[in-house]
Design a protein around this ligand. Structure first.
Ligand SMILES: [Zn+2]
Length: 333
């Protein structure tokens, strides 16, 4: 360090003081700080993207529904409340439950797994087509729709005002689900309060059926290259997941294997009121969770917290959900 001559040090001090005084003067004359901007209170667009080998996967958010906690089976209300509380899931006005769909560009096909609720469940949902557009695609570009099952939160999005939303798509569904939900005689035998669900399923596929573009597939049938159907029967008679494979990686888009992440990873034996065969649904859930954990598969769930993509890890007598991390669309692994 060099020592400044005394007069220079005084001069520097004088300059510094003048700068401070000038700044203070400017601040005194500045207008009062303006009011803060209004809070936005709107959510960001509902899509999330990642690569699975050469396949591009886009999660699409349809919306949310607040489910009544009374829908659980094989568990006490007290246990349900405890399991929800330990995951900080509110139970009033109901359990917030996402509805997700998945768009997979395989390079050869643009495949949509499930279509959301459209207008069937009110304005908190029905945003799959809107988020598909926000994600850079048009519904008319989808060539294949794979339905995990024919419940209205998965199939209603096929149509708008009776017209097909995916005008160029062929729709695939397991033949057991088609036989159960689309047969008018079977519907007539169902309880009165379930009749509407059957009617919604028939209305959703009607224009595709009329155009010869509804395919009810059986075990071993090929769908599109790189995709195989995985039977998960029980929640509905033909409930199925779709296993996408590319570049040595696998992702099981599993539909409704888990409705409540807080309850059913920890306790896979807990069922839901809207399972058609709850015992079979529990068996399917246990088998699929074991397969996903053992195979270290990516999984994508229609009712897991958005984007609903992640891994399953075995822990104790149950499982832990490990969600994907938001980040760049990586093509380097
Ligand atoms: Zn569902």
């Amino acid at each position: 360090m060099t020592t400044l001559p005394c007069f220079l040090r005084r001069r520097r001090l004088a300059v510094s003081l003048s700068v401070v005084l000038a700044l203070a003067g400017a601040l005194a004359q500045a207008p009062a700080a303006s009011a803060p901007p209004a809070q936005q209170k709107t959510q960001v667009p509902g899509y999330y993207r990642m690569m699975l080998g050469q396949f591009e996967v886009t999660a699409l958010y349809d919306g949310h529904v607040d489910l009544d906690t009374k829908i659980f089976r094989y568990s006490s209300p007290r246990e349900v409340q405890r399991l929800l509380a330990r995951m900080f899931v509110a139970s009033t006005p109901g359990m917030q439950t996402a509805v997700n769909a998945y768009l997979i560009h395989t390079g050869g096909n643009l495949v949509l797994v499930d279509t959301g609720t459209a207008a069937c469940f009110g304005s908190a949902l029905g945003h799959v087509a809107q988020n598909l557009r926000a994600a850079g695609y048009e519904p008319a570009q989808v060539d294949t729709v794979l339905l995990t099952h024919l419940h209205p939160d998965h199939a209603c999005g096929l149509v708008a005002d009776g017209k097909p939303v995916f005008a160029n798509a062929t729709v695939y569904v397991d033949q057991a689900d088609a036989a159960y939900w689309l047969d008018e005689a079977a519907a007539a035998r169902a309880p009165q309060d379930a009749q509407a669900v059957f009617a919604l399923a028939r209305a959703a596929v009607a224009p595709y059926q009329a155009a010869g573009r509804l395919r009810a597939y059986g075990a071993g049938d090929t769908l599109v290259p790189g995709v195989t159907a995985v039977p998960e029967h029980g929640h509905t008679p033909g409930h199925s997941g779709y296993l996408f494979r590319s570049g040595g990686q696998g992702m099981l888009v599993w539909g409704d294997v888990v409705h409540s992440h807080a309850v059913q990873f920890r306790r896979p034996e807990v069922a839901m009121a809207f399972d058609v065969d709850s015992r079979q649904a529990v068996s399917a859930r246990k088998a699929i969770l074991a397969q996903a954990a053992r195979g270290k598969l990516w999984v994508a769930g229609a009712h897991l917290p958005f984007p609903g993509i992640g891994h399953v890890r075995a822990e104790g007598h149950g499982y832990v959900w490990v969600p994907v991390e938001y980040g760049p669309v990586r093509t380097d692994r």
